[in-house]
Design a binder for this molecule. Structure first.
Ligand code: AHZ
Length: 312
């Protein structure tokens, strides 16, 4: 910190205090009509690098021991994070999202259409979040899925006890023998193994690029249904012989699928709660297509289950 502060002073000396004063207006309106004399405050490139990297590495250090890791920042993972952080500001929550852009499949309602449909009672979640909608009786419609996802993201990212590590993939799960079960093969999940997503995508053509880790009391996996990245944790449970096989997601049936996902949201093995469409792969549940009520209420239930496990 001393050397960083020292550099700030040097930069100001190099560029002159005048420039600092010129760049400052008290309100945005005060900039109006003053573009000829306008200038930004001074900067040196290293300040930008340090401003980013110091915070990132301090976050990596701080969240290396987390209370809860949420894998996947789609509609279910973000809903889980929102409820957990709001209820429990004392918990340290890391979200690991493989994509550069968090939000999963919730930027559009279905196909390439804008509106997002949620069946009641998921409107209660929208009320809590402050997202407006049209009431159509048994269901509500948000005018653009991006309004839902951006509002949820902005709330989640504002909580001081949440860190989102995006462009980062969970490549494996940390395991420990489960002391509560007599079978030596039984394990509990004790955290996640991570790597930059771009590195994860190149394990086939580069020699060993070892990962990083986050220890956690509980992992909540919401990685969506099977696909290039989806259903990650439950597929790993099969290869670790903790689940015999996956049920495999079934065809579309909106009416039954949503209830099944919310009701089925649970701790699958000790230390691992699964929610959202990842669960359909475990239970052989139907998909629901473009209706998102089950994703947010599965998130609400995942948060409730997580707190029961954490407070045990
Ligand atoms: O990038 C993935 C996405 O943002 C992320 N993810 C997947 N594997 C990961 C890994 N490490 C880190 N190994 C990973 N991140 O998980 C997120 C999943 O979001 P999603 O929107 O795909 O899943 P969801 O369960 O939150 O929502 C599902 C929405 C669907 S699918 C569907 C249907 O097919 O019928 N209907 C609905 C409502």
């Amino acid at each position: 910190p001393t050397s960083v502060a020292g550099n700030v002073v040097n930069v100001k000396k190099d560029l002159g205090v005048k420039a600092v004063i010129k760049g400052q207006a008290k309100t945005l309106d005060e900039l109006d009509g003053k573009w000829d004399e306008f200038t930004f405050n001074p900067i040196r490139e290293s300040q930008v690098s340090r401003a980013m990297t110091r915070r990132y590495f301090s976050d990596l250090d701080y969240y290396a021991e987390s209370d809860i890791v949420i894998v996947g920042a789609g509609s279910c993972g973000l809903s889980t994070a929102y409820v957990l952080a709001k209820k429990r500001p004392d918990l340290k929550i890391a979200i690991v999202e493989a994509g550069v852009a968090p939000g999963g499949g919730a930027w559009l309602g279905g196909q390439l259409f804008s509106a997002m449909v949620m069946r009641k009672p998921a409107d209660l979640f929208l009320d809590d979040l402050g997202v407006p909608y049209e009431d159509e009786g048994d269901y509500v419609v948000v005018k653009h899925a991006a309004l839902f996802t951006s509002t949820l993201l902005s709330k989640v990212l504002s909580f001081p006890n949440i860190k989102l590590f995006n462009a980062t993939t969970v490549e494996d799960l940390i395991t420990r023998p489960d002391p509560t079960v007599s079978s030596p093969a039984s394990i509990r999940i004790a955290g996640v193994v991570t790597n930059w997503t771009l590195v994860s995508m190149h394990h086939d053509d580069q020699s060993c690029m070892d990962p990083n880790t986050i220890n956690a009391s509980l992992v909540i996996s919401t990685t969506g249904h099977d696909g290039p990245f989806g259903a990650f944790s439950v597929k790993r449970l099969v290869s670790m012989q903790q689940l015999e096989k996956l049920g495999g997601m079934r065809g579309l049936d909106m009416k039954t699928a949503e209830d099944a996902i919310v009701k089925g949201t649970r701790e699958i093995v000790r230390g691992l709660v699964v929610g959202g469409m990842e669960l359909s792969e475990v239970d052989g549940a139907n998909r629901m297509g473009p209706t998102f009520g089950a994703m947010v209420l599965s998130g609400v239930k995942a948060a409730e289950v997580a707190l029961e496990v954490i407070d045990e």
